[in-house]
Ligand binder design. Structure first.
Ligand SMILES: O=C(O)/C=C/C(=O)CC(=O)CC(=O)O
Ligand SMILES: [Ca+2]
Ligand SMILES: [Mg+2]
Length: 408
């Protein structure tokens, strides 16, 4: 129940309460919580209410709040729920609600380290088939795939918030049938629909964070678009993995949905065969039933389901730290491209166009293999909440703008 005038089906209802950073024209960015079509200026509200936790909500980023840890995350959530539910707080809270339409949303946290996994079996089989079976590989999955969540370290400094224009990257690329590489703007610019996990509580160098400690460290979830230049990637990636083909920009949604809001979205992960090594086992990890949607220029091109992800977020974190690598507040790790078994559930254009060989139609009559300048991609998602409510993740959007460099 709430005294707020919220539509029943709002994906930003009281069951959600995702955190972001907003500003009003001429004012400094600060922490906010999305509720209905408003942003709750939670830092100033907490101050007005005399809450002891108020200072962690004052900054221009979520990092102090993320660093405050699990007890504080729960306490603030409980308090905000009370403020928005109990009519007695109406006069206290109302002045701190700002219409969403009047604010600018910013990168919600300072990204410390960024890791991208490769944990969706449908995607890995598709990508392996397209990238490697065409050459000399005998299996679409590499021999290690079912033994560990494969990942690579990405570029934290180029993580940008939804809405940031994406400049078409330039670089080296060498088509299979050509002898030498050439330089120029990527001709195979792509997206990857992913789910991001945001670390709050750090760990010490040399310490492992086991599967069961996931919820002590990870605060919440966002959406990620791991923009990928397939021609640059295909030429550069062996043997060390993705480099410039993915480091030019990674977009995230402006709202971080707390794990606490996703209790009803938990699902059993798919069976894992062969059984993983003990450090990747535990009975406290789960998948999340997120239904994602990818739109290109307003047209839905795919609906990837996250529920069948092979490796869970807790296993990814356990693997990421099994060598003693420490976590920092603001670390972001992404699930890997989310694809389902069906054609219209594929999480990248690489898969939707089968390596560029099968152009697909947009309802406006045009066709695509990869992205053209001016194309806008928007990824959204929702998950089940309590009592039939839906939990919204907002959107991660980006429009492609022409390359800045001329052909050399
Ligand atoms: O299979 C490959 O060589 C490459 C795969 C990717 O580009 C995907 C990647 O970034 C990891 C992922 O998002 O699943
Ligand atoms: Ca990726
Ligand atoms: Mg990227």
């Amino acid at each position: 129940m709430t005294w707020l005038d919220l539509p029943e089906d709002s994906v930003f209802g009281l069951a959600n309460l995702p955190y972001g950073v907003f500003s009003r024209p001429g004012q400094e960015p600060r922490v906010g919580i999305a509720v209905g079509s408003s942003v709750l200026d939670v830092g100033t509200l907490a101050e007005a209410a005399g809450a002891a936790f108020a200072p962690v909500l004052w900054g221009p980023s979520l990092n102090p709040f993320l660093a405050a840890g699990r007890e504080t995350w729960s306490l603030v959530r409980e308090k905000v729920t009370e403020w928005l539910s109990d009519e007695a707080h109406r006069d206290l809270v109302t002045p701190h609600l700002v219409p969403l339409a009047e604010v600018q949303l910013h990168l919600p946290f300072e990204v410390a380290d960024y890791v991208d996994f490769y944990s969706n079996e449908h995607h890995a089989v598709n990508a392996g088939t397209i990238f490697r079976l065409a050459d000399d590989a005998t299996d679409a999955l590499t021999p290690n795939w079912k033994h560990l969540p494969i990942g690579y370290h990405g570029r934290a400094g180029t993580v940008v918030v939804s809405g940031t224009p994406i400049v078409r990257p330039s670089g080296q690329r060498k088509p299979r049938n050509e002898e030498k590489p050439t330089y120029g703007p990527s001709l195979r610019l792509d997206i990857e629909a992913e789910v991001g996990f945001v670390v709050g509580t750090p760990s010490k160098l040399g310490e492992q964070v086991g599967v069961g400690a996931f919820e002590d460290h990870v605060f919440g979830v966002c959406l990620v678009n791991d923009w990928s230049a397939r021609d640059i990637q295909a030429w550069e990636y062996q043997p060390l993995g993705p480099f410039l083909g993915k480091s030019f920009a990674t977009s995230v949604s402006p709202w971080i949905v707390p794990l606490e809001a996703l209790q009803h979205a938990r699902v059993a992960p798919p069976p894992q065969d062969p059984e993983p090594l003990p450090y990747l086992l535990g009975d406290t990890h789960w998948g999340l039933d997120l239904g994602m949607e990818i739109r290109v220029n307003g047209h839905v091109v795919s609906r990837p389901p996250f529920a069948t992800q092979y490796w869970t977020a807790a296993q990814q974190l356990a693997h990421l730290t099994v060598n003693g690598a420490s976590l920092r507040t603001g670390d972001l790790y992404a699930s890997g491209t989310v694809s389902g078994p069906e054609k219209d559930q594929r999480g990248s254009l690489l898969e939707l166009s089968w390596g560029g060989r099968e152009p697909f139609d947009l309802p406006d009559g045009s066709q695509r293999t990869f992205l053209e300048d001016g194309d806008e991609v928007i990824i959204t998602a929702t998950a089940p909440g309590p009592d039939g409510a839906r939990i919204g993740f907002g959107e991660v959007a980006g429009r492609v703008v022409p390359a800045v460099t001329e052909e050399k």
